[in-house]
Design a protein around this ligand. Structure first.
Ligand code: SAM
Ligand code: SF4
Length: 343
């Protein structure tokens, strides 16, 4: 069979891992850089990759398109901060052709919101319907501390612009002991008052950071128990293709999500893989095994070698992660920071 025929024969097959999980969701980190340095995500003196190591926007497009051809239905652009990558809208614009063609169900992004005011309407124009904005506190001073120097007002402007452009906004907040444990109700009232879902995430032990993870870690079982006095939480079947489990808060009418990699492992339904900005494919957020896709991508103009490398990698997707945070475990579960694989 010629390489072209091989590529097209393979294109009909979805990617399925050894545990029977079809891979329908790809998260792509387009840069490891960020305009914030959130205390749970990065250390203060991060060293970023030299720009020449990054895949070009054209290469990122080719990589994403190869996954779409193999059954990926949902693409999430992330980072680092995706909106600080130069000309990133060109990537959104070119990927939007898969939405138009009906081969891609959803193109979306996770952002810290700092640049959203500039890009919201263009994102909507590229077919983006939903954005996740990460925001851990509504207090400007705490916000500056958590992000090490971020301006809350810019993120608020970004959220306003996104909603004005017709984007549905979901807020993601990392549950942080001593930071937002006194703000949960305020955040629920604020997000639901603006028609936004709010999801809390347990902090994951990824990468070395200055504060101890144990000091930051606030189990969502505790957060949830604390809400019981004030709210009635009705379990929902609603899913967005991710690991969040949702409840409806009866008093606000809004949706509240919980992502609990520590207290309740959700790996059995994992449908996703992640690619970094250098073209490294991670089959699991919480494991080190990875596959280099940049070499096969650059080796030839057709996608046969690339798809072979993708298949070989998916064939060794592990069953799950084993994150632990406790008093005695000081090493992170994986050495890379969340900003490398994009959350
Ligand atoms: N910069 C963008 C943002 O903040 O939304 C996208 C990348 S960021 C790495 C993606 C998500 O990962 C954010 O919601 C962030 O809060 C979360 N995150 C980063 N480090 C984390 C950690 N150690 N544990 C849990 N979530 C983390
Ligand atoms: Fe940047 Fe997002 Fe990491 Fe915060 S969580 S440092 S905004 S990449």
């Amino acid at each position: 069979m010629t390489a072209f025929a091989e590529t097209h024969a393979a294109a009909a097959l979805p990617l399925v891992d050894p545990f029977g999980r079809a891979i329908s969701y790809l998260r792509v980190s387009v840069t490891d850089r960020c305009d914030f340095r959130c205390v749970y995500c990065m250390s203060e003196d991060m060293h970023f990759l030299p720009k020449q190591d990054l895949l070009t926007l054209e290469e990122l497009d080719r990589l994403c398109s190869a996954f779409v051809a193999r059954g990926v239905q949902k693409l999430r652009i992330t980072g680092g901060e995706p909106l600080v990558r130069r000309d990133i809208m060109k990537l959104f614009r070119s990927l939007s052709r898969h939405l138009v063609a009906g081969t891609l169900e959803e193109l979306t992004l996770t952002t810290n919101g700092s640049q959203l005011a500039r890009f919201a309407s263009e994102l909507a124009d590229c077919g983006v319907k939903r954005v996740n904005v990460s925001l851990d506190t509504l207090d400007p001073d705490k916000f500056r501390k958590v992000t090490r120097w971020g301006e809350l007002s810019k993120v608020m402007d970004g959220i306003d612009a996104a909603q004005a452009a017709g984007l549905s906004v979901k807020i993601n907040a990392v549950a942080l002991k001593g930071v937002n444990d006194d703000e949960v109700e305020t955040m629920i009232e604020w997000a639901h008052g603006r028609g936004m879902d709010l999801t809390f995430i347990e902090v994951m032990p990824m990468g070395d950071i200055e504060p101890s993870r144990y000091e930051q870690y606030w189990p969502l079982s505790q957060l949830r128990a604390g809400l019981m006095d004030r709210y009635t939480l009705d379990d929902l079947d609603y899913r967005t293709g991710g690991p969040a489990r949702y409840v409806r808060v009866r008093e606000t009418g809004g949706r509240l999500g919980f992502i609990t990699p520590l207290t309740h492992n959700f790996c059995e339904s994992c449908n996703r893989v992640r690619v970094t900005c250098t073209g490294t494919l991670y089959m699991c957020l919480g494991q080190d095994d990875a596959a280099d896709l940049r070499t096969p991508l650059r080796a030839s103009w057709d996608d046969a070698a690339l798809l072979k490398a993708v298949e070989a990698a998916i064939a060794r997707k592990p069953k799950g992660h084993d994150f632990i945070i406790d008093r005695t475990t000081s090493r992170p579960a994986v050495g890379r920071h969340m900003s490398v694989t994009g959350g």
